[in-house]
Design a protein around this ligand. Structure first.
Ligand SMILES: C[S@@+](CC[C@H](N)C(=O)[O-])C[C@H]1O[C@@H](n2cnc3c(N)ncnc32)[C@H](O)[C@@H]1O
Length: 283
């Protein structure tokens, strides 16, 4: 993919009034970007990452173009780049703070784009249609007001028969939120005892997660997520439960992780990206 379509775009997206204030923990006025990488102390994150990496390894074309949509501080993008040195693995993210962190952490500047995944424009140019071999996106869809817009864009930029991998928040309730926060608290307490994290980092991580879970726009039940993909021209290939945590009703998944194959093009059938907003409800 040429530099004119993918590169580090002008800063400024976070000053855009359209940017969702519910995502502030990631932005300039929040501090989550500083401590986001504590997530590597959670084995449930590492399991989800390993499944994404397996799917990256399985992309059958040589020298694939791959997008990590909402790639944050670049944990998965760098791991995927190591796994597929033949490929071009680009990180796309809305928040300048996260993108900067990714660069500090070792992601190549020319493989990073500061952009909105529901409108894959890079340096004010749309990513070329049918130019990408695989997209993966972990823990991003829940933040979108209209996740259908992401599927529409993913379908547009993916080549025919390319693959899309998404892991995102299920419909959640307070049991699940408590289950996840208790799990994170336990794992980070172990890291704290070993001197691997500080108390304030741990506190920042837990409070940012609590805030974001409370403000998630689009938690999706497994069937809702599958149907969204199907309506946008994708066929499910693998469906997994992820982020399994202990609750008062036993072990339950906080996330669903799906691999789809593109089987139809949005150019071939009439799908509007604007037709569905999901609601966030806690029961
Ligand atoms: C929970 S983090 C996940 C980061 C990364 N995918 C990972 O698994 O480590 C969510 C990321 O999604 C990004 N994000 C949220 N909405 C976005 C959007 N509309 N376009 C691009 N990135 C977005 C945030 O900036 C943040 O970096």
């Amino acid at each position: 993919m040429s530099q004119d379509t993918v590169g580090t775009s002008k800063p400024g997206a976070e000053n855009d009034p359209k940017i969702d204030s519910n995502l502030l923990p990631f932005g300039k006025s929040g501090t989550y970007h500083q401590d986001y990488d504590l997530i590597l102390h959670l084995p449930i994150y590492v399991q989800a990452m390993n499944l994404h990496l397996k799917w990256v390894r399985e992309v059958s074309v040589a020298s694939p173009v791959i997008f990590d949509a909402g790639g944050g501080t670049g944990i998965m993008q760098r791991a995927a780049s190591q796994m597929r040195p033949d490929g071009d693995i680009y990180l796309l993210d809305l928040h300048e703070t996260m993108v900067r962190r990714a660069i500090q952490n070792g992601s190549h500047r020319d493989k990073i784009s500061h952009c909105n995944v529901v409108d894959m424009r890079i340096n004010d140019k749309p990513v070329s249609s049918e130019s990408v071999d695989h997209i993966f996106s972990h823990s991003v869809l829940w933040a979108l007001k209209r996740p259908s817009e992401f599927f529409f864009e993913a379908n547009r930029v993916l080549k025919r028969s390319a693959t899309l991998a998404v892991s995102t928040l299920s419909r959640i309730d307070w049991q699940l939120i408590n289950g996840y926060l208790t799990y994170a608290e336990e794992k980070l307490s172990v890291a704290l005892k070993k001197g691997l994290v500080t108390a304030s980092q741990k506190q920042n991580f837990i409070s940012s997660n609590y805030y974001l879970l409370k403000h998630a726009h689009s938690p999706l039940a497994k069937q809702e997520l599958l149907q969204l993909g199907i309506r946008h021209g994708f066929e499910p290939v693998e469906v997994h439960s992820a982020y399994n945590v202990a609750t008062a009703n036993g072990i339950r998944p906080l996330f669903t992780q799906v691999l789809w194959k593109k089987v139809g093009s949005i150019f071939d059938f009439n799908v509007s990206p604007k037709n569905e907003a999901m609601s966030c409800k806690y029961t």
